[in-house]
Design a protein around this ligand. Structure first.
Ligand code: PEP
Ligand code: MG
Length: 588
């Protein structure tokens, strides 16, 4: 991105904002201004008529929102369209409705002024909330208020926009976003709104580039100005010059090439031909990868290797730095989950000790090192908790080999919660705590360990090295690093069953999940989800969509009976031939 740096430095027509939804678009700006509503403050003569009018406008607003809700469901699926369901629930809130009725009756005020007043109170409460997502939901409520008031005033909901424009506005409500899709809007620039605002979430769902929080956007950009929106970097170029247009046209072309081959799979789930969905999450090593997580439609991050931050910074980040990094990632992903694995230091990763260990892979690594350095560990736990206010963070413990390690870790987490509570710092009280199953002692006692955590993720990179007693980075013994060794797949099977008996979900986050050849076997072994490098996610999806769960189960059962790596590999290759799947091993 050196070219971009030079371009930015030489630009005086550039506005900065938050990179809210990835993608690049060049087009004409459309300044979207909302009408300011005048509220009639006069008194009413006929109270019963006013109450009836209020109910009629409630019904009309409900019908309108229901329509938006249905379009949203079509375009974004059930989960994402829940925003509108929540809005509809407000229109049915019995306390709100009876309060408004009572006030119209007692104060003889126009329904629109009581509606304005009461819903504004609702909003005020939300604006004062600590959680940023609650504050942003307050903006959504503005939409409901305006809708009821307009219906009370019997005004039409203005919705005239030109086609194919980039909308530039002060703020955008979820309903606006849906309306815009009808006009084939190409992207958004707004003055207000953050990463967790629904405008941002919906823009990501609808795959529209968006830059939010651009100060002065509606003043500095005029209708019909040409603008470039770079949703990857949060940049808006106003009336770009030839050099800037050429630069971005090349970027668009490059993006199109990458996306073309996998485009047809974009909105399709990772479902087997007989309908079993495998949830695909992404592994993130460096925070810059997060836009790939979003563009490749991962269900969230299944493994964030935080020790990489130390590599990136060249030093240990303190609690404040960590809080910022985690909160930033979590808001970018919101509402999808971010699984933060606490520092897995040692082994062949970041060095911590001054002296060399004879066997670093069997030494002070992962949770062992953290428990030996509780100050460091607690700083990280507090940072994770502080970043968890939006309730989409999970904490994961690496290299667990004894039950005590889980118990003590959970005690430290509770201590940190108490400290934050007495400092009146907000966090997610119910943040889930999971463990990596990657050490044989844990695998052998899978159910007992799983009972003590909220979720389990199998780290095959280490599990294979410890089961096979072969250094994962040593070329000389690489031939023994066999992911299809019967001991490996039987252990995975054992972990899955043990964890499920404990009522816990099991995921796999080692490289094995990204090996096309391993995917049908892993599906047949009943893993609930995979976490893999975001760039390979579409390819994994393609493989999953080409076989049935039933045939994968048969494959797994047969492989569990075989006694050598070679025989299992042969059986898998046969499966690929039978199902006509391209055998692209380890090219991911
Ligand atoms: C693993 O061991 O499989 C894993 C995902 O963790 P890492 O590669 O970071 O050790
Ligand atoms: Mg590991």
């Amino acid at each position: 991105m050196r070219g971009l740096k030079t371009l930015i430095e030489s630009s005086d027509n550039l506005a900065n904002g938050i990179a809210a939804a990835p993608g690049i678009v060049i087009g004409k700006a459309y300044i979207y201004k909302k009408e300011i509503l005048n509220i009639n403050q006069s008194s009413v003569e006929d109270v019963e008529e006013a109450i009836q009018l209020f109910h009629e406008s409630l019904e009309k607003s409900k019908k309108e929102l229901l329509k938006v809700f249905n379009v949203a469901k079509d375009q974004m699926g059930e989960k994402r369209s829940e925003i509108f369901e929540a809005q509809l629930m407000i229109l049915d809130d019995p306390v709100l409705i009876s309060t408004i009725e009572r006030r119209i009756r007692e104060e003889k005020k126009q329904p629109e002024s009581v509606v304005d007043d009461e819903i504004s109170k609702y909003q005020q409460m939300m604006f004062m909330a600590h959680e940023s997502y609650m504050r942003e939901r307050a903006l959504d409520i503005e939409d409901i208020k305006n809708r009821i008031v307009k219906n009370l005033q019997k005004k039409r909901w203005e919705s005239k926009i030109s086609n194919d424009v980039i909308v530039v506005s002060d703020s955008i409500t979820p309903a606006d976003t849906i309306l815009f899709t009808k006009f084939n809007v190409k992207g958004y620039v707004t003055v207000y709104g953050g990463l967790t605002s629904h405008a941002a979430i919906l823009a990501r769902s609808l795959d529209l580039p968006a830059v939010l929080g651009v100060h002065g956007a509606t003043e500095n950009i005029k209708n019909d100005d040409t603008i470039i929106v770079d949703g990857f970097h949060g940049l808006v170029f106003i009336n770009p010059n030839e050099k800037q247009i050429e630069f971005y046209q090349n970027k668009i072309k490059h993006l199109e090439e990458i996306n073309a081959s996998l485009a047809e799979l974009h909105d399709k789930p990772a479902t087997t031909t007989d309908g079993k969905e495998i949830e695909l999450f992404a592994n993130v090593d460096v925070s810059g990868e997060v836009h790939l997580v979003i563009t490749n439609r991962a269900k969230g991050v299944g493994l964030y290797r935080t020790e990489q931050i130390i590599e990136e910074l060249g030093e240990f980040p303190d609690e404040e730095q960590q809080t910022k990094i985690y909160a930033n990632l979590a808001t970018r992903l919101y509402p999808q989950p971010l699984t933060i694995r606490v520092f897995d230091i040692g082994g062949d990763k970041v060095k911590f000790l001054d002296h060399e260990e004879a066997n670093p892979f069997l030494g002070l690594r992962g949770i062992r090192l953290l428990l030996a350095n509780p100050k460091l560990f607690k700083e990280q736990i507090r940072a994770i908790l502080r970043a968890s206010v939006n309730k989409n963070i999970l904490l994961m413990i690496p290299m667990v080999s004894t039950i005590d390690e889980i118990i003590v870790s959970r005690q430290l987490i509770e201590e940190c919660k108490k400290e934050l509570q007495s400092a009146k710092i907000q966090f997610d009280k119910h943040m889930q705590v999971g463990m990596m199953m990657e050490v044989p002692s844990a695998a052998v006692m899978a159910q007992d360990y799983a009972e003590l955590v909220d979720f389990v993720s199998i780290g095959t990179n280490d599990l294979i090295q410890y089961i096979m007693a072969v250094d994962r980075g040593n070329d000389i013994v690489n031939y023994l690093y066999q992911e299809f060794h019967p001991a490996v797949i039987r252990t995975i099977n054992y972990i899955v069953h043990g964890s499920k008996r404990a009522g816990k979900k099991v995921s796999i986050c080692g490289e094995m999940a990204a090996d096309t050849l391993a995917i049908p076997l892993l599906v047949g072994l009943d893993l609930d989800s995979f976490s893999l490098s975001p760039a390979v996610l579409p390819t994994a999806k393609k493989v999953i969509r080409s076989f049935s769960y039933e045939s994968a189960k048969t494959l797994a059962n047969e492989c569990l009976q075989l006694n050598s790596h070679e025989k299992i590999l042969k059986r898998i290759e046969q499966f690929f031939a039978e199902n006509n799947i391209k055998r692209t091993r380890n090219i991911l």
